[in-house]
Every structure is written in C-alpha cells, then in structure tokens.
Design a protein around this ligand. Structure first.
Ligand code: ADP
Ligand code: MG
Length: 322
C-alpha cells in the first residue's frame, strides 16, 4: 500500500545514516540545526540526478540510493573535506515501498560508511529525480581547490579511468563495449567516493577535482582556474584490465579521456612535495598514478608514447552542448 508523504518520510528517512553528536535537530522540524566544529570551514555541495538524463529510469533503486550520495561525497573528497551531513530532495512518480526501501538501504549503507547523517530534505510527487546536498568540514589552511596549479606541478589520478564510460557505452548497446559490461557495470552504478584519499592529499596537493565529466573536461577546469596548461601522457593513465583490453581491441582512447562518472580524483602536486605526497599515498588502499605535468599556457594536451600530441574531438559531458 502507498504511504502518505509524512509516513513515508518518517519510515524511510527520519533516522537514516549515523546519529551524530554535532546534530542538534535532524529530520522533523522546519530546519535542521547543526554544530560545525569551531575553527573549521563548512564545505557544501549539491548534485541532482534526473531519470533519463543521469540514470536509466529502471536502475536498481539500491544502486541509485548509493550513487546519489556517492556523487556528492565525491565533491567533498575533491576538496579534502570530512563528510558530516546530507539533505535529500526526492521527486517520485509514486510512493512505492519496495523502491523506497531499496533506495534508502543503498543511501544508508554509504552514509554509515562515511559517518554521514541525513538531517532533512523534501519529498514531492513528479518525474523521478534525486537531489542530494552534503556538508563537511575542511581546515582553513588545508583544502584542495581548482586554482592552485603552477607550471612544473605533477598531475596524479586515483584508481582507474574509463570504466564507467565503457560500462555506459555497453548499456547503450555499443557492440564493442557490451562484452565488458559484466566487469564494469558496478563502477558506473556504485562509484566509491575517494574520501580517504582526498583527506590524505589535503595540505600536500594544491588542486583537486573529482572526475565526474571526464579527465579532459575536469583537468581543463583546473587549468582554466589556475591559468595554466596540462600535458597528459596517455600511456600513464591508469586503466583496469577490461579497459586495457578494450583499447587494445578498438584503439578508442576517447572513451577513457572524455567519459565521466568514474569519480576518481585528479590532483596537482608541487614537485618539491612529491616524496611527501607519495608517502601519503602509501597510507591508502588505492592506486595513485602520475599521469602528467602542469605547464605554462592554456588547455589540456594529451601525448602518445612518442610525445606526439593526440587530438580528441569530445572533451566531456555538457548538459547544454551535446
Ligand atoms: P516543510 O513543509 O517545513 O518544508 P516538509 O513537510 O517538507 O517540511 O518536511 C518535513 C520534515 O521532513 C522536514 O524536517 C524535512 O527536512 C524532512 N524531510 C522531508 N523529505 C525528506 C527526505 N526525502 N529525506 C529526509 N528528510 C526529509
Ligand atoms: Mg518541504
């Protein structure tokens, strides 16, 4: 039986995630009241996922619950922030208990993993859409931004790139990609926000960004904000075995450099801090690869194994230009 709006909120969302001591009031009043630690800055970010645009309407709701929080936590990771709270604006075509219970289960498991409490939101009826806002903390002198890259800095990327993009190509029926779907679908549907990495990098790396729109586009944002260029060596881009096999078969690097949804981090590190950075990396259970360098100029340039520039037509996803 369909639940009313208020029963639905009470049942699925009133006690979701961790119960934090710095939450004074959570779900149930007109506002949540929160107590950030003295001396820290509040990091705030919001992202919307719309059915038919960001996910297929029949996506497993548990994965959608996970992903809607994960993409937001990924923005906190890209600042080197420590996550604390989330709010959730949910627009649902109908109140379906099975869907809601799977969605809240996926959201909750990731919230608990990262010490996040859901403290409020909004619930409306309409075409399926999920908006999550997150709040976290950074130290005023230790956060990652987009404007701190300088010529000579080293560029690193976490994990592996292109997995989610190849999975999406497979789901869309691209023949050369379908065979890799098995191995890669979870990278598209259940991205892991690189929270521990972001915190370990803060105070050492200058810039940080999460790769949500593709390496070229996102590294391009760092270059634009910093007034510098980036040179990326394609051979150094970290690849999963599946993407490596796909490239060997098709030669298609475009998917790797311009597809989003991997939610890996890309950071720039002054060369003087290389040893400290690589020490910080050893504390993580995550591969981190040196992929290039910041140079004077503008824009992102990719080079092959012989140092020759490789041109890519598509840079990344843009809602209003594709
Ligand atoms: P208001 O009319 O004051 O905006 P609502 O009726 O929208 O209040 O919501 C009642 C309470 O439930 C509020 O505390 C709100 O933050 C919370 N809430 C509503 N929807 C959600 C949701 N999807 N997830 C978490 N909290 C929610
Ligand atoms: Mg409301």
């Amino acid at each position: 039986m369909a639940l009313s709006e208020f029963n639905l909120i009470e049942h699925y969302f009133s006690r979701l995630g961790c119960q934090r001591e710095d939450t004074v009031l959570a779900v149930g009043d007109d506002c949540a009241l929160l107590k950030p630690p003295p001396g820290k800055l509040l990091a705030v970010s919001v992202d919307t996922l719309v059915a038919g645009v960001h996910f297929f309407a029949d996506t497993d709701p548990e994965n959608l619950g996970h992903k809607s929080l994960a993409v937001n936590l990924s923005d906190l990771a890209a600042m080197g922030a420590e996550p604390a709270w989330a709010t959730l604006a949910l627009t649902l075509p109908q109140s379906d208990p099975d869907w809601l219970s799977a969605f809240s289960r996926g959201f909750s498991a990731l919230a608990i993993e990262h010490n996040v409490q859901l403290v409020g939101g909004d619930t409306t009826q309409g075409p399926l859409s999920v908006t999550v806002q997150v709040q976290g903390f950074v130290q005023p002198d230790r956060y990652l931004s987009r404007a701190a890259a300088r010529p000579g800095d080293l560029i690193y990327a976490t994990g592996s790139l292109g997995d989610a993009g190849l999975a999406l190509a497979g789901l869309r029926g691209q023949a050369s990609a379908v065979g890799y779907l098995d191995k890669l679908q979870s990278r598209l549907e259940r991205p892991e926000p690189r929270i521990a990495a972001g915190q370990a990098f803060a105070g050492i790396a200058g810039c940080g960004i999460d790769i949500s729109d593709g390496l070229l586009a996102d590294l391009g944002h760092i270059c634009a904000a910093s007034g510098a260029a980036a040179r990326v060596e394609l051979d150094r881009i970290p690849l999963s075995a599946a993407v490596r096999a796909y490239i060997a078969e098709t030669g298609d690097w475009q998917t790797v450099v311009s597809s989003g949804d991997d939610y890996e981090l890309c950071v720039t590190v002054p060369e003087l801090l290389k040893t400290r950075f690589e020490e910080a990396v050893r504390s993580l259970d995550l591969a981190v690869s040196l992929i290039g360098r910041i140079e004077p100029g503008a824009g992102v340039c990719c080079v092959d194994g012989h140092g020759n520039p490789v041109d890519f037509t598509a840079k990344g996803y843009d809602h209003f230009q594709s």
